[in-house]
Design a binder for this molecule. Structure first.
Ligand code: AMP
Length: 517
């Protein structure tokens, strides 16, 4: 079973149904999209000589061509490697090398990042610039039949920032994405022809994953004219077109609510906002419900079991008469139907209701492992269970509340930032003796990145120098927003930095910390 069959099925059933739009302007119907995809697949096989299982990277911002590139890979039996367009060229170079991508599709605004990445890495994939004469020529080759792949064959390698500072590629099979999609259609958001998924968040992540159920449901994909999340643009689109759903990080929901409150917009064409990827404040959730009505669905998932661990359906967002309504709004809901979810102690035993344990997941959405990383795979997949690294507690009704993250990850604007990655970069500065990077609560972004630095005795270090170090090595969104100096970091008896204490010191604006400005 190949996911590309969904697209062909839609094209056969209703070739004229809208498949792709840029804003409100139609770009392609299903007939045209399926033809383009079959041609692109032929070119990938014949002109580039790619055999089944070869990797093709997508270093692309949100554009309508994303859909054809992704399905073109699948149609040809290839594995897509979507790359976050916000990453630093060094991080892109790592992913290109690690995945062994033979071809990379690049939007013109990412061309300089691609050439820097190619200069830094060892892999030398062929670059195809979206919209170039070469690219359009690839779409003119005679189409081929859909490649025969096993349902367990890889379809998408989803790179997550690793705790060790090295991204890890979660290998997602056709079955994983099919199970995710079936569950989406059954529980999260049923889709019918004519409805649309708006790509307001990066298509390399959650928004792009949800392309699959929307093609399965024969709905359309809308790429905003701006190519990104612009609250006023979304409010305008949802005033003019019905049946629009989109995936959003909690911070986006908040920004959209604020924009709607300011303009008086009510987004009548909005069908669902599926939010997740980071914690949502209950107050923000209620404010969004007050403005948009019962359109919110929460999901909790991670790249390793894409979008599929638990969910809080629309009905439970508005069940205000329920005695535990507030707790439920603060939770991530109940297990999604295709997976089994448990909370366990360090020995892997189930913990009692209301007790905190590590969240583990089993089911058809769970990845087969990390790409060429048996050690990380063995750590994360144990006895058929995915160890998420998230800590949480189930209540007696089966509602899960996240408590902490054992992996220490900072979630800012719905994006994961691993402190260790930032710490390693800051430690490259010769005047930095020690550093600890933590997340501090932020009303808009959820958390912001803060670094606390111990300088080498007798040496001075400036904020500009530290910023420069980050700019040279990591994506801009990972750079600390604030730096503090201290003589000594709080440590436990084993010498391990106690981040909880550091967070308290920061919260109290302790005299032990001096802000660098
Ligand atoms: P990623 O693999 O980049 O999708 O990040 C997944 C991580 O984001 C999870 O392991 C959680 O820590 C966090 N996360 C995802 N969904 C939610 C949610 N609804 N509420 C709170 N945190 C979430």
């Amino acid at each position: 079973m190949n996911l590309a069959h969904h697209l062909l099925r839609a094209a056969k059933a209703d070739a004229s149904a809208p498949a792709l739009l840029k804003g409100l302007i139609p770009v392609a119907n299903y007939g045209r999209l399926a033809t383009t995809v079959a041609s692109l697949a032929a070119s990938l096989q014949q002109r580039f000589g790619l055999a089944k299982g070869a990797r093709v990277a997508l270093l692309m911002k949100n554009v309508p061509d994303y859909v054809a590139c992704l399905y073109g890979c699948w149609h040809a039996g290839l594995v897509a490697v979507p790359i976050n367009a916000k990453l630093h060229p060094r991080e892109v170079a790592f992913i290109l090398d690690n995945s062994g991508a033979a071809v990379v599709f690049v939007t013109s605004d990412m061309a300089s990042v691609a050439s820097e990445a190619l200069a830094l890495g060892t892999a030398k994939p062929q670059v195809v610039e979206i919209g170039s004469a070469e690219h359009r020529d690839l779409e003119k080759t005679d189409g081929i039949a859909i490649a025969d792949v096993a349902i367990t064959d890889p379809a998408w390698i989803f790179y997550t920032s690793g705790t060790t500072g090295r991204p890890k590629g979660a290998v997602l099979s056709h079955r994983n994405l099919l199970a995710m999609s079936m569950n989406y259609l059954a529980e999260i958001n049923p889709v019918v022809s004519g409805e649309a998924l708006l790509h307001a968040a990066p298509m390399s992540h959650g928004s792009g994953l949800y392309m699959v159920p929307h093609v399965l449901g024969m709905g359309a994909q809308i790429i905003p004219e701006s190519g990104r999340f612009e609250p006023d643009e979304i409010l305008e689109l949802t005033a003019k077109r019905d049946g629009i759903s989109f995936f959003a990080a909690p911070t986006m929901v908040r920004r959209l609510t604020v924009a709607a409150e300011a303009s008086g917009a009510t987004a009548p064409g909005l069908k669902a906002i599926i939010y997740g990827g980071g914690p949502m404040y209950v107050a923000d959730c209620k404010a969004a419900l007050a403005v948009f009505g019962p359109k919110l669905v929460q999901i909790y998932g991670q790249g390793e079991t894409p979008m599929t661990i638990t969910y809080l359906p629309k009905s439970m967002h508005i069940d205000a008469g329920h005695p535990r309504h507030e707790e439920r709004l603060a939770s991530v809901g109940i297990a999604q139907g295709v997976v089994q979810v448990r909370t366990v102690d360090e020995a892997g035993r189930d913990v009692a209701p209301d007790e905190v344990g590590e969240i583990i997941v089993r089911g058809d959405t769970v990845m087969s492992g990390y790409w060429q990383n048996p050690e990380a795979t063995a750590n994360t997949l144990r006895d058929g269970w995915l160890y998420t690294g998230d800590m949480g507690a189930f209540d007696a009704d089966g509602f899960l509340t996240l408590k902490d993250r054992s992996k220490d990850v900072i979630i800012s604007g719905g994006t994961n930032i691993y402190p260790r990655e930032v710490e390693e970069v800051l430690l490259r500065h010769e005047a930095v003796a020690e550093v600890s990077v933590i997340g501090r609560p932020h009303p808009e972004w959820g958390e912001e990145v803060v670094a606390v630095v111990v300088p080498v005795a007798g040496r001075a270090v400036t904020r500009e120098e530290l910023d420069q170090m980050c700019n040279a090595w990591i994506a801009r969104f990972k750079r600390p927003k604030h730096y503090y100096l201290t003589g000594e970091l709080p440590k436990n008896s084993y010498g391990k930095i106690v981040k909880t204490e550091l967070r308290t010191l920061l919260g109290e604006s302790s005299a032990r910390l001096t802000r660098m400005d």
